[in-house]
Ligand binder design. Structure first.
Ligand code: BG6
Length: 460
């Protein structure tokens, strides 16, 4: 099957870091998925100039071999002002030049959310058969805008053409959550509120806002990471077993979780917003910006199995290490036998998603030569790192129309409902504190757990 990828936002960060590297790998290792690319942008390039640009800009992100110049030959450039109908008509001509009878056309919209509208409005000037549209996140900025956008999209496209993405679910270690839970018999019986004390999900990043200020300042960590990536991860951790490991089965169960997630109304004790201390000096940031670069929150999932289990999420930029991990902390053993005399550590299952892919189980055993004392041991399973990038897999899924991992509108709508009051808060917003860039963990979020007699689990 021949596929033409039309990459909107082709000169931007995501295209250079993720999309072109992913497309190169598909070109290189999946030759039968014949691809051509039309890079779309506002700058004045011809094909050769754009190829030179992308060659230079991707040096850091692509291990290039001899065939890279042939890959560059598959890339054409089309200048498109997003609001200019004539440019869309020209793009249509560019598509036709390389289109074959069997070609499918995949539009990848890696552009600021406010431009999705312009694309949908002007699509009528392209209106070509066999198209799919991939919408990068963020899909809207709150419930109202997301609904409006979706309604507009549905007036022009059929649902089967629309692919809404959240790249986290294509990470190998995230997909492994379901295999870990449902391909083993030993974990599921204890995977509920009878045995689990709390769940902690952390996504820390070393990167700061950099040249994405124009986007990030309107978004903040809550919209950028929590409403999508972290809720998606959470849904896989607490969902019920699906009837089938297929698109319908998984989406239905995830949706049920999204319907059960509840934020506490009392923001003061349950949500912490922080901002790194030189954020205001970054490019394109409002001088008095109150945008959070760190968020920690406590929430609950009101499902039969997880009600009463506190769930703590936290994510932030410009910290000293990158780490995405899920910690399942189990309840204490009864205060008799060993626990009567010693401070026994809780059992934990730790799923590290990145930078390493680890599953680590903590349990207690008897200490040598001592009749009753116990010590904690860790049994760590380390998975070989998956070389394939999440973006490569998601582009492949779009090529073969496998929608299992794409976000349904119902899920998206629900995720906006959960945070809608918070993202639109006026006088009752959580306070913004400052934390030093490259610092250790922001301490304010420790109180979230300390108030409950708990602690964040920090891996050594
Ligand atoms: C993106 C956010 O969706 O995810 C970025 O917009 C963030 O701000 C990125 O840095 C993190 O993704 P990953 O795959 O590097 O953890």
């Amino acid at each position: 099957m021949h596929t033409i990828f039309i990459i909107y936002g082709s000169t931007w960060d995501l295209a250079k870091r993720k999309l072109f590297p992913a497309l190169y790998n598909i070109f290189k290792y999946k030759k039968w998925l014949e691809i051509d690319i039309i890079a779309v942008g506002r700058r004045n390039y011809n094909d050769t100039e754009f190829r030179e640009f992308i060659d230079k800009e991707t040096d850091e992100f692509i291990g290039k071999s001899d065939d890279f110049s042939r890959f560059l030959d598959t890339i054409n450039y089309s200048k498109v002002e997003l609001t200019n109908p004539t440019d869309y008509a020209n793009l249509k001509q560019d598509i036709k030049k390389i289109q074959r009878k069997t070609s499918q056309i995949i539009f990848y919209l890696s552009i600021a959310p406010e431009y999705f509208d312009a694309f949908v409005d002007n699509y009528k000037h392209i209106n070509i058969k066999k198209t799919k549209i991939i919408f990068e996140k963020p899909f809207g900025t709150d419930l109202k805008s997301a609904k409006k956008l979706n309604t507009k999209i549905m007036e022009v496209f059929r649902e089967e053409q629309v692919y809404r993405i959240d790249h986290y679910v294509w990470k190998e270690a995230i997909q492994n959550i379901l295999a870990f839970r449902f391909a083993n018999i030993i974990f599921e019986p204890i995977w509920n509120n009878k045995y689990i004390d709390n769940i902690q999900i952390t996504a820390s990043e070393t990167v700061w806002v950099g040249d994405r200020g124009w986007y990030y300042d309107k978004s903040g960590a809550l919209r950028d990471m929590v409403q999508n990536h972290l809720f998606q991860v959470l849904s896989l951790v607490v969902m019920n077993p699906p009837s089938m490991i297929d698109s319908d089965g998984i989406r239905q169960e995830k949706l049920k979780v999204f319907r059960s997630i509840k934020l506490w109304d009392n923001y003061e004790n349950n949500i912490v917003f922080w901002q790194y201390n030189w954020y205001l000096e970054e490019k394109d940031i409002a001088k008095n910006s109150k945008t959070e670069t760190f968020v920690a929150m406590k929430l609950e999932v009101n499902s039969w199995n997880f009600v009463w289990v506190p769930i703590y999420l936290r994510t932030w930029k410009a910290l000293e290490k990158k780490l995405t991990q899920i910690v399942i902390e189990f309840k204490e053993v009864p205060d008799i036998l060993f626990k009567k005399f010693w401070n026994i550590e809780k059992n934990r299952i730790i799923l590290e998603i990145q930078p390493n892919e680890w599953i680590d189980i903590h349990f207690n055993i008897k200490e040598n030569w001592n009749s009753q004392e116990v010590e904690r041991v860790k049994s760590k399973f380390e998975k070989e790192l998956e070389s394939k990038e999440a973006y490569e897999k998601l582009l492949e899924d779009a090529i073969i129309s496998d929608k299992t991992l794409f976000t349904s509108w119902e899920m998206l709508e629900q995720s906006w409902k959960i945070v809608d009051n918070l993202v639109n808060c006026k006088n009752d917003c959580p306070l913004i504190h400052k934390y030093p860039k490259w610092s250790n963990w922001p301490i304010a979020s420790d109180y979230l757990l300390e108030n409950d007699g708990r602690k964040w689990y920090e891996s050594k």
